[in-house]
Design a protein around this ligand. Structure first.
Ligand code: HMG
Ligand code: MG
Length: 313
């Protein structure tokens, strides 16, 4: 395998941030949706390669119930294998105090709780109502903050829900504010099934600002089901957002929406940001080679347009 040296011409656009932090979710959000369980050594090599490509944040795994997400049941085995990775944040998902205990025991310094804007997804994902899940997160966030551990609050179904349909903006804002009131350092707005469009993104961001959630604490997490993930990202950048979640090679999906494709592919994002002259620290060739390598391990090609375009077999 070789990758071409093709890169986009850099032509900045007005009123966009100079720098974006990519929150890489492939090893967690991507691999949790794989039908087969990826061997721990492959996951460890994947994360090392992602870190070597210049990503500053690589979400590593989840300390959830192994029966709920068997694909990540090896968290105790995997996380210590990442101890030699220097200068790269390795957040892990933690739903409750049991998960926090497991993560802290291994020295995790960044965690993420994950709430839902809708009742149906809260029940299916966490076996709780929305308010019960917030109550479950409360001691997790409090203990993490007391220990100076960084806390991200994910919020799923911010734009639409496969069972409940469109999700009213005020409903999303209520749960977002509640997560921030618990003490989360940042909020990630999840378009879990990929139905958002750019005006909707900007409206939600403006409403959150109105209610006191500032743009510097907000990240965006788009899925590309309807091909809107990059347009939505650009809309968020225009609003001032500087944290964007993405998944190497476009890994991922949503087990509850058959038509849902993966997360925004990190390579597609980096191509756009490189073209805009926005700094990410990521080397696109190294990242693309990593996704091609992982696609070989998984036995199927990456869905990322950029990975496909840059890969010469
Ligand atoms: P539950 O069945 O209600 O759990 O599940 P429980 O609190 O009743 O406890 C039952 C048993 O599980 C107990 O054991 C606990 O100790 C054990 P017993 O006393 O019966 O022997 N247990 C655990 N064991 C290990 N680790 C734990 C843990 N917690 C309890 N952490 C629970 C509730 C939250 C645990 C479950 O629903 C769960 O694990 N859910 C996780 C689902 C998940 O990971 N989903 C994917 C992430 S969200 C996502 O991908 C969206 C995102 O990408 C953004 C977007 O796109 O929208 C973030
Ligand atoms: Mg996701």
């Amino acid at each position: 395998m070789t990758t071409s040296r093709t890169l986009p011409m850099t032509v900045p656009a007005q009123d966009l941030p100079a720098q974006v932090r990519i929150h890489e979710v492939g090893a967690r959000d991507g691999l949790q949706n794989e039908k087969t369980v990826v061997p721990t050594e492959v996951k460890a090599e994947f994360i090392h390669r992602l870190a070597a490509s210049g990503l500053s944040t690589v979400e590593a795994t989840s300390f959830v119930h192994p029966k709920w997400v068997p694909q990540l049941a090896d968290a105790e085995d995997l996380f210590p294998r990442l101890a030699d990775i220097d200068g790269v944040a390795l957040p892990v998902l933690v739903p409750n105090e049991r998960g926090l205990d497991r993560a802290l025991a291994l020295g995790a310094r960044r965690i993420a709780v994950f709430g839902s804007a809708t009742e149906t997804f809260a029940a299916r994902n966490l076996n709780r109502t929305v308010d019960e899940s917030l109550a479950m997160f409360e001691p997790v966030v409090a203990r993490a903050k007391a220990d100076k551990v960084h806390v991200r609050g994910y919020l799923s179904m911010c734009f639409g829900d496969p069972w409940e349909g469109p999700v009213p903006v005020h409903q999303v804002v209520r749960v977002a504010k509640a997560l921030m009131d618990l003490g989360c350092d940042e909020l990630s707005l999840g378009d879990t099934i990929g139905v958002a469009t750019p005006g909707h993104v900007q409206t939600l961001l403006a409403e959150l600002n109105e209610e006191g959630v500032t743009t510097d604490t907000i990240g965006v997490h788009f899925h590309d089901t309807y091909g809107q993930a990059l347009s939505n990202t650009l809309a968020a950048l225009q609003h001032g957002v500087t944290t964007v979640d993405a998944s190497a090679g476009g890994l991922g999906g949503c087990p509850y929406a058959k038509s849902a494709t993966g997360n925004l592919a990190t390579e597609d994002l980096v191509w756009m940001l490189d073209g805009l002259g926005i700094e990410t620290g990521v080397d696109l060739d190294t990242l693309t080679a990593t996704s091609v390598w992982l696609a070989d391990q998984l036995g199927r090609p990456s869905p990322s347009r950029t990975v496909r375009a840059l890969s010469v077999r």
